[in-house]
Design a protein around this ligand. Structure first.
Ligand code: HGY
Ligand code: MN
Ligand code: MN
Length: 411
């Protein structure tokens, strides 16, 4: 009988699954493009759900397309769940999200090989549209799962390309029959690449994640007057392009003046008619503000909107805005954070605590059960970029910490 404390995952098998999933929607440079609910996402879902079934999990698909595989325990009841997402941004890396789902599958296969059944059932999940890049907000599937977003509102959401979540789910065949939020979850642990530079710079293998910073996504729309770039005197212009760029520049200024953890990003911007010799009459762009401190994040939002209103008035353009996502900072369950840290130490890995700069499904599961995360280093802190990379020994360490954290929670 294998002593469970000596159990270790099979790193080569984990690497092989990451490779196979990384080939679905592969793009130049070693990255992946599997935007939520596209044909590529469907292909990735089919591959991973197939592995779930091969490993003997009983797989359900819920009405927002979350896929949950359950492994019986010696007792029935709420499972201990591990998971993440397999949708990616347009220029995604192979590890963001995928590692958490495939690391969980590797844990299941390790337990199967050892003939070990945990007291509590285990579950592996991948949640729909964690990235929020095509349909806002991010963490959509897990937010519906925990009751934070009504299903019909999520299904009615129209994406950046004009299609609705509901239509796309049907198109890819993942408008599942199961009610959202089943099964109830006893505890949730998510393995994820850090996507920032902290662990890599410190030369530390494991991150015991204390929580997730607050996220504020706003879309601004500016309506000005298009006119001739050559003949229109500056004092007569109502230039939507200028206003968009002024606000974008000010977002950076807000982050600089607040300092600390404040970050600000203008990632998407569209001008129309978008021609070299026409003053833009329309600009639509997004501002992503984040901070670990809710009060400072609100101050950043206030400063942004005050400046935007002022520069729009001065330029004589109309300005409107809508929130695409707004989540307050989340603190993970101290017992789970302590368990991750102690497990990493017991397995002989260096470990430190840190907050997450990125949003994760774990921050939603934290609303309904004790939740926590395990980070492994991202080389040079690169992510949401095809060059995202984590060395195999670090992937292996993270999956082993996941294995033993789950065993501790499920016994
Ligand atoms: O935006 C985020 O933080 C995550 O990647 N959805
Ligand atoms: Mn992710
Ligand atoms: Mn991501």
């Amino acid at each position: 009988m294998v002593i469970s404390t000596e159990l270790r995952i099979d790193a080569k098998r984990l690497a092989a699954r990451l490779e196979a999933l990384g080939a679905v929607g592969a793009i130049a440079g070693g990255g992946v493009c599997r935007l939520a609910l596209t044909a590529e996402d469907r292909a990735g879902r089919d591959l991973v759900a197939g592995w779930m079934r091969e490993l003997g999990l009983s797989v359900t698909v819920d009405a927002i397309g979350n896929v949950i595989g359950v492994r019986e325990g010696l007792e029935s009841g709420a499972p201990v769940m591990a998971g993440s997402h397999i949708d990616t941004v347009r220029t995604g890396g192979r590890y963001d999200g995928n590692l958490g789902v495939l690391g969980a599958l590797e844990v299941i296969q390790t337990l199967n090989d050892a003939g070990l059944t945990t007291r509590r059932p285990l579950a592996v999940a991948f949640f729909t549209n964690e990235e929020g890049a095509r349909f806002n907000p991010d963490m959509m599937g897990s937010l519906v799962y925990v009751g934070g977003l009504p299903l019909d509102e999520a299904l009615a959401t129209v994406g950046i390309d004009g299609e609705s979540v509901g239509d796309c789910l049907k198109k890819i065949g993942y408008d599942g029959p199961a009610p959202c939020g089943q099964p109830e979850v006893h505890a949730y642990v998510e393995l994820h690449v850090e996507q920032g530079p902290v662990l890599d710079l410190d030369g530390i293998t494991i991150g015991a994640v204390e929580g997730v910073q607050g996220i504020s996504w706003t879309e601004f729309a500016v309506l000005g007057v298009s006119n001739h770039a050559g003949t229109t005197p500056m004092r007569l212009r109502h230039d939507a392009g200028y206003v968009a760029c002024a606000i974008a520049n000010h977002a950076r200024e807000i982050a600089r003046s607040l300092g600390g953890d404040q970050v600000a990003t203008v990632g998407a911007i569209k001008l129309s008619p978008n021609l070299v010799n026409v003053i833009a009459n329309q600009a639509v762009f997004t501002v992503d503000l984040r901070n670990t401190d809710e009060a400072v994040l609100q101050d950043a939002e206030r400063r942004l909107h005050a400046f935007a209103a002022e520069v729009a008035k001065a330029e004589g353009v109309e300005l409107s805005h809508r929130s695409l996502a707004r989540f307050e900072p989340v603190a993970f369950n101290p017992h789970v954070v302590n368990l991750v840290e102690a497990t990493a130490r017991r397995l002989g890995h260096t470990v430190r605590r840190l907050p997450s700069g990125a949003g994760h499904d774990a921050q939603m599961l934290a609303r309904i059960c004790p939740a926590g995360m395990i980070f492994v280093p991202s080389v040079a802190g690169i992510s949401h970029n095809v060059k995202e990379f984590t060395a195999l020994p670090d992937l292996e360490a993270g999956a082993n910490v996941l294995l033993h954290t789950l065993l501790a929670l499920a016994k």
